[in-house]
Design a protein around this ligand. Structure first.
Ligand code: ADE
Ligand code: ZN
Length: 326
């Protein structure tokens, strides 16, 4: 069975990671202090006590308010830089990181401030941490399509600093087709496309069908419920489409890690990848996620190597760069 050392030693890409989900309690306290914000918590234990939930909705209800400590470009830089250092320690060589601009613009922080801080950390990451880092702009699906469209237009001057767009937040009542026009425009702008089809959310199998057949994407975030429809699993196989699975996150927002489903898909040849989602909240970075899945499902070392190779194959690296890792 694979050990933590074996997992950490494998070069990996991380493809499903929310930068705002890497806000560790100690950094939250430091930023609150620096920005003169009273968050009503003064110790790491106080903050950790608020980082508790048992569903996607209850997680999001903690996640958005915590972001108020992020105010300046330096704050966003420090958040991303701390994550990149942590990822490097887990053997991550390439990362495509989500960020939620509307969670910041809606409370008065300019789009430019957010992108400037995050991009500076990404640009310095090869030299500082030995990690190649890129940004994926996520729209909040529980906000309007008009707000998403405005956010997309705000991104145009920064297009060369953003690799693709995604869709996150509360999926219930907010299906992919709500954003069909915005995603069509994003594709025309040259962005790669991905969307969350979260674990066990109402209608998630219908939403997976929509992102495979209608609002066609280049990757699917989570997407594990695809096991409910073998015909859709066939579509994933035919297209070699990646799924970005997050075992530890699943155990918080659903009844379990979904190890059986994830490993079943892996063994049937689907391009399954393992990722950490919101590690500061769910308590596990990427190596912890590989290890948890390996232990729960009895993965062999060869299967863990396959997961790591899948992470590069499902990445949006150029073919030549990607092949250097495969
Ligand atoms: N935002 C941050 N993490 C998320 C997740 N796992 N699902 C939906 N929205 C999110
Ligand atoms: Zn996510």
């Amino acid at each position: 069975t694979p050990t933590r050392e074996f997992i950490t030693g494998l070069p990996k890409a991380e493809l499903h990671l929310h930068l705002e989900g890497t806000l560790e309690p100690d950094l939250k306290l430091r930023l609150a202090d620096r920005n003169g914000i009273d968050i009503g918590q003064s110790t790491v234990e106080d903050v950790r006590a608020t980082y508790a939930f048992d569903s996607l909705a209850s997680f999001l209800a903690v996640y958005y308010p915590a972001m108020e400590v992020l105010q300046t470009a330096d704050d966003f830089y420090e958040l991303a830089d701390a994550y990149l250092a942590r990822a490097a320690a887990d053997g991550v060589k390439h990362v495509e990181m989500f960020f939620d601009p509307q969670a910041h613009t809606s409370r008065g922080v300019p789009f430019e401030t957010v992108v400037t801080g995050y991009h500076r950390a990404a640009a310095e990451a090869p030299e500082r941490h030995g990690v190649d880092a890129h940004l994926i702009l996520c729209f909040l699906r529980d906000m309007s399509a008009e707000s998403a469209a405005e956010t997309l237009e705000a991104s145009v001057p920064f297009r060369d600093r953003i690799l693709g767009v995604g869709l996150d937040s509360d999926e219930r009542g907010n299906p992919p087709e709500k954003f069909a026009t915005v995603f069509a425009r994003a594709r025309d702008l040259g962005y790669r496309l991905t969307m969350h089809c979260d674990i066990d959310q109402a209608g998630s199998i219908d939403n997976i069908r929509t992102v495979l057949e209608q609002v066609v994407v280049d990757r699917v975030d989570h997407g594990t419920n695809v096991v409910e429809d073998p015909a859709l699993v066939e579509v994933l196989l035919e297209r070699g489409l990646g799924l970005t699975c997050c075992p530890i996150s699943n155990s918080f927002v659903s009844d379990d890690m979904k190890a059986t489903e994830i490993v079943g898909l892996l063994r049937s040849g689907v391009r399954v990848t393992v990722n950490s989602d919101d590690p500061a909240y769910f308590g596990g970075y990427v190596a912890d996620n590989y290890l948890a899945l390996a232990e729960a499902a009895g993965l062999t070392c060869e299967e863990v190597v396959r997961l790591a190779r899948n992470s590069f194959a499902a990445s949006w690296l150029g073919v030549a760069q990607r092949d250097a890792y495969l």
